[in-house]
Design a binder for this molecule. Structure first.
Ligand SMILES: Nc1ncnc2c1ncn2[C@@H]1O[C@H](COP(=O)(O)OP(=O)(O)OP(=O)(O)O)[C@@H](O)[C@H]1O
Ligand SMILES: CC(C)(CO)[C@@H](O)C(=O)[O-]
Ligand code: BAL
Length: 372
């Protein structure tokens, strides 16, 4: 079915939406549309409560939950949006296969609200000042609500009302995903207009997204504070990501190459190196060595991957730099495409999609200024 047909159709375009009948037993309200959410927002404003918005595409994991915890420590009410935004996926990207896990997302949010409630009970006994807020609303709109006048287009020159933040949006991730940040900036503008949050929460894992959102909020005078949560990782160091579900054990292990490469570069910087050649040289050595080790293995044992980029960039402009400025520091970031498994072994954990779905991994480390 084409996106146009899906948009016009009254049938839900997303699997997740099919199971989304509101249940009265939730500890939060689920909104599918804008006006009732705005009514609630107005009541909260009149009661001097503060709202933190955590935008997500669902398939919630500890990375998302850590942002919600941060939001709960800084606001009385948390709004979580769950919307797989079509305009940030290019025409050949994974919109259709993006994981959608509504029921388990709701369960995780309920569990978190119980955690907040028990902390609130405790703190009233102990009269602590660390009283967490609560998840008050989930905003899970349809595509038609978010794109009310035209179907969402992923074409570069497609029609629609878009927010573009240039040249930041065309660097790094934007070079491989040309419509990505236009889609992100557009949907976040809509979310910020709908919710009018006091604060918005984004993860460092998607670092370019944080730079673009900060720029957008500044340039459009959006009245919200942008807060960044640190990257949550598995014990191995792999950054949590909804798309990791597609990796399976073998690609999960080899996929660590990106983190290891960035760590090697960080170590070079920590040992006093400042030049691009020294810092990125260390990262590229790790990536090259790992790929060579995999290439000599048999197709049923190996994992092939391609480094899209490893970048050393200015933290504000994202321009590539030749030397780290000691008072500014730098952003070290990378993207790796994990190819599908060529051959699987019977009984092997190949992840969702049986190891056939290519997975793009991104990660980054911030090189802090050497001088305060
Ligand atoms: N490991 C993580 N640590 C901290 N924040 C994270 C982490 N992963 C995602 N986030 C943040 O959660 C928010 C929602 O992200 P999203 O729903 O796209 O999840 P994701 O895991 O990044 O998915 P994807 O596989 O699409 O990259 C974003 O602000 C993102 O930066
Ligand atoms: C910010 C966001 C929810 C916009 O769709 C998405 O890009 C994400 O999940 O990082
Ligand atoms: N977390 C980034 C969302 C995306 O890759 O589309």
């Amino acid at each position: 079915m084409s996106r146009w047909v899906r948009w016009f159709s009254t049938v839900s375009p997303f699997r997740a939406e099919a199971t989304m009948a509101p249940r009265l037993s939730h500890s939060f309200q689920v909104f599918r549309d804008v006006s009732p959410l705005r009514q609630l927002r107005r009541q909260l404003l009149l009661s001097d409560r503060t709202v933190g918005l955590v935008p997500t595409m669902g398939a919630l994991h500890e990375g998302h939950l850590s942002l919600i915890r941060q939001a709960a420590s800084e606001n009385t009410d948390i709004f979580v949006s769950i919307f797989v935004n079509p305009t940030q996926f290019g025409v050949n990207e994974d919109l259709d296969s993006y994981p959608r896990t509504w029921d388990s997302d709701v369960e995780k949010l309920e569990k978190l609200n119980r955690e907040f409630a028990s902390l609130r009970d405790k703190s009233s006994v102990e009269s602590s000042s660390d009283v967490p807020g609560q998840i008050t609303a989930i905003f899970a709109p349809t595509s038609q609500v978010m794109y009310p006048s035209l179907p969402p287009s992923s074409e570069i020159d497609g029609p629609g009302s878009f927010v573009t933040i240039t040249p930041l949006a065309s660097k790094l991730e934007g070079a491989s995903r040309p419509v990505f940040f236009r889609g992100v900036a557009t949907v976040c503008t809509k979310l910020f207009n709908i919710v009018t949050p006091d604060r918005v929460y984004f993860g460092q894992k998607d670092i370019q997204q944080t730079v673009i959102i900060r720029r957008m909020v500044q340039d459009f005078h959006i009245g919200t504070e942008v807060k960044i949560g640190s990257t949550v990782r598995e014990d191995s160091g792999l950054a949590l990501s909804s798309r990791n579900a597609y990796l399976g054990t073998r690609r999960r292990t080899v996929g660590l190459v990106l983190f290891r490469a960035l760590k090697a570069a960080e170590e070079a910087f920590m040992s006093g190196k400042n030049s691009r050649a020294d810092i990125l040289g260390a990262a590229n050595d790790v990536a090259q060595k790992t790929l060579s080790e995999q290439e000599v293995l048999s197709p049923s044992d190996r994992v092939l991957f391609e480094v899209d980029y490893i970048s050393l960039a200015d933290p504000d402009t994202l321009d590539e730099i030749d030397e780290v400025n000691s008072s500014k520091g730098a952003i070290l970031s990378g993207a790796v495409k994990m190819f599908p498994l060529e051959q699987s072994i019977p009984g092997e954990d190949c992840g969702l999609g049986d190891g056939k779905v290519p997975v793009r991994l991104i990660d980054n480390l911030i090189l802090k200024p050497r001088t305060p």
